[in-house]
Design a protein around this ligand. Structure first.
Ligand SMILES: Cc1cc2nc3c(=O)[nH]c(=O)nc-3n(C[C@H](O)[C@H](O)[C@H](O)COP(=O)(O)OP(=O)(O)OC[C@H]3O[C@@H](n4cnc5c(N)ncnc54)[C@H](O)[C@@H]3O)c2cc1C
Length: 431
């Protein structure tokens, strides 16, 4: 059974709507090369790191096992927003209020950086603003209002507005939600075009990219050597942005993240009129469940609807029927709508759902474990790695200071234990 990661091509809806093309072809690496930095992984983390490092004057080669955007970055829901995959209270508990404020401000910077990169490098990726955090039950109403209050009081964040009744209906045309927080600093984009745009900008800045060039081993040392099937790169620094697709390349990181597949469907184009009866203001939305559903409209007015998880790489049984039923329950007018695409991708989750940044020895840097919340943060991670290699590590270390524990259960029991925990939270979602 193929896992989501092994599917040959990423999300075909995104592949079928590519508008950004790389500057040069990216043939597999053959032979030996010496550079300042070797970046592993052609998602947002790797492409952003390569771009920012090249802009600082480093010679950079990026190795991608498949194609640029093959991983989560090219399959994602495309929703961007401040914050982390965990709530700010968890960050406060781990790091204290002052550090948590720095994390929060960096997460807002991540969203601004996304906009800047899109503008600066003229990346056509359908960026649109407006985000809804929707309550499914009264417990969520309380939790969302508490979040809004805490962020306003302790973090000076005023971009959240509570909506219910008619005001909410003007933004999402369903009566399924008792209320929602509207976030003006959140939005959505075409994730594969964005990722390809970063890769193209990196090439324009001088980065050499090799696709179909999996890093098989890293010979540690100063410099380090990254070995592929037909070549090797010797570099002063190695940056690893392989996220859920890392495998066993860095044994020290095993168990710090777990891989979970997440699934998305794209409907046929709805046309302006039907689309305006779903998300009239073109917001993105996610609900407040633990295993959450999220959706938005694409530029050609398809409903891009995501949700559901699996941990063994197998598509959950009855996935399509469940997605169809969810869409029809929210928007009865869409009952029987044609689904043109369905795909899965792998998310890397950490135990506390905060991202895991760090270094191994003095010259290997990694950023991973965005826990389903990496569209904006991964771009910032790449920038912070660039700053760190150039000698300013303070901002990278704000994230690197976050304590991370391995998932319990060792190699054999980790997945069953995670399934058990998720089942518990899924049941709680139903209460
Ligand atoms: C279905 C889905 C929906 C999502 N929706 C959202 C969302 O709406 N909003 C949000 O914020 N986040 C979302 N995410 C998460 C977000 O997409 C990721 O956090 C982000 O894209 C991570 O980027 P990355 O570059 O770190 O990793 P990836 O994009 O996964 O890139 C890693 C790359 O490394 C390559 N690689 C791995 N090993 C090697 C090797 N040994 N040698 C060379 N290359 C290697 C892989 O082929 C891959 O291309 C979603 C993820 C999925 C899967």
């Amino acid at each position: 059974m193929a896992t989501a990661a092994q599917i040959d091509k990423p999300a075909s809806y995104y592949r079928d709507s590519i508008t950004v093309h790389l500057e040069q072809a990216c043939p597999p690496l053959v032979g030996r090369r010496r550079v300042d930095v070797c970046v592993i992984g052609g998602g947002i983390t790797g492409c952003s790191a390569a771009l920012h490092l090249a802009e600082r004057g480093y010679s950079v080669t990026l190795l991608e096992a498949h194609e640029i955007g093959f991983g989560a970055s090219g399959r994602s829901g495309g929703q961007i927003l401040p914050g982390l995959g965990t709530d700010i209270a968890t960050v406060e508990q781990a790091l204290g209020r002052e550090r948590a404020r720095e994390v929060w401000e960096l997460s807002r910077e991540a969203v601004r950086l996304t906009t800047e990169l899109i503008e600066q490098h003229a990346i056509p990726c359908d960026l649109a603003w407006g985000y809804l955090h929707a309550a499914v039950k009264s417990r969520h109403v309380r939790e969302l209002k508490q979040m809004q209050e805490r962020l306003a009081r302790d973090y000076g964040y005023e971009a959240l507005t509570w909506l219910e009744g008619e005001a909410l209906h003007e933004r999402v045309a369903t009566s399924a939600y008792p209320g929602a927080l509207h976030e003006s600093e959140g939005g959505h984009l075409h994730p594969l075009n964005y990722t390809l745009g970063l890769a193209r900008a990196a090439q324009q800045a001088g980065v050499t990219i090799h696709e179909h060039s999996a890093a098989l081993t890293i010979r540690r040392g100063q410099p380090a050597t990254v070995v592929t099937a037909q070549g090797e790169i010797t570099a002063d620094f190695v940056v690893v942005g392989a996220n859920a697709y890392l495998g066993r390349l860095l044994p020290e990181l095993e168990g710090r993240v777990m891989r979970a597949a997440n699934y998305i469907v794209a409907t046929e184009p709805l046309g302006e009129e039907r689309a305006s009866k779903v998300l009239p203001r073109n917001d993105a939305l996610s609900d407040a469940n633990f295993v959450l559903d999220y959706y938005r409209l694409s530029a050609d007015r398809r409903l891009i609807y995501g949700g559901e998880v699996s941990y063994d790489g197998r598509e959950p049984r009855g996935l399509q029927q469940r997605m169809d039923a969810k869409i029809a329950r929210l928007f009865p007018a869409l009952e029987g709508v044609r689904i043109d695409y369905r795909w899965g991708g792998d998310v890397a989750i950490t135990l506390n759902r905060a991202p895991d940044f760090g270094r191994l020895g003095s010259n290997i840097y990694y950023a991973q474990g965005y826990s389903g919340h990496g569209m904006a943060l991964a771009g910032l991670a790449g920038k912070l790695v660039g700053e760190t290699i150039a000698g300013q590590s303070e901002r990278f270390d704000v994230f690197a200071a976050m304590p991370h524990r391995r998932f319990p259960g060792g190699e054999r029991l980790r997945t069953p234990l995670l399934v058990l925990a998720t089942t518990f939270y899924k049941l709680r979602d139903r209460l």
